[in-house]
Design a protein around this ligand. Structure first.
Ligand SMILES: Cc1cc2nc3c(=O)[nH]c(=O)nc-3n(C[C@H](O)[C@H](O)[C@H](O)COP(=O)(O)O)c2cc1C
Length: 174
């Protein structure tokens, strides 16, 4: 799964947490599953906003740090350089090639996690990671996380054309 960094404002301070349990609900809506004990939840509930940033492989150390320590005990506001878009309670990370500023659309109360549904309000992508105006994942080089074995990985090779390679199995009647 992709590792993300969720940005929040908690008690007037910027906070970042590593969050890998991320889903896509609609083309402009994403979910993050955040353990109820985390500090980030307070900021999301207070301001009804958060950011989802995609770190590249070279940010493994900083990303892992944001997943090891809690804003309850440590000030993580200086780990990255932050900027703000239109939403003034949504810190985004300069060093991350992609950042999404979200408005809280809904919250699902699961036993251990708050699942926050965010409507993407703005997307930022580094010019250096675009090809023909579109995000290029080879350039973004996202940091991937596998829970089993607790390892960080990087993207492998492109395998085939999606929505195309399967056509080879289609029968003429389909
Ligand atoms: C690679 C990685 C992925 C993580 N993914 C999640 C996740 O999806 N949900 C979650 O609740 N915690 C996740 N964590 C743990 C939190 O990032 C960690 O508990 C962090 O200290 C919470 O920060 P906060 O208390 O400042 O919000 C992850 C940690 C790592 C290292």
């Amino acid at each position: 799964m992709p590792t993300t960094l969720v940005g929040t404002m908690v008690n007037g301070k910027i906070n970042y947490a590593a969050i890998a349990w991320v889903g896509i609900m609609e083309s402009d809506m994403i979910t993050i599953a955040v353990n109820k004990g985390h500090y980030s939840n307070n900021g999301i509930k207070e301001h009804k906003t958060f950011s989802v940033n995609i770190p590249s492989v070279r940010l493994a150390r900083e990303t892992d740090y944001c997943g090891l320590v809690s804003g309850k005990n440590v000030d993580k506001s200086g780990v990255f350089r932050s900027f703000f878009g239109e939403l003034k309670t949504v810190p985004l990370i300069e060093e991350c090639p992609v950042g999404m500023a979200c408005k809280l659309a809904d919250t699902f109360d699961f036993p251990q996690h708050d699942v926050f549904v965010g409507e993407i309000h703005e997307i930022f992508c580094d010019d250096s990671c675009l090809t023909n105006g579109k995000p290029d994942f080879a350039k973004i080089d996202p940091l991937l996380f596998i829970l089993s074995g607790r390892g960080y990985w990087k993207l492998g090779e492109r395998v085939a054309d999606a929505f195309k390679v399967g056509k080879e199995l289609r029968k003429t009647s389909e």
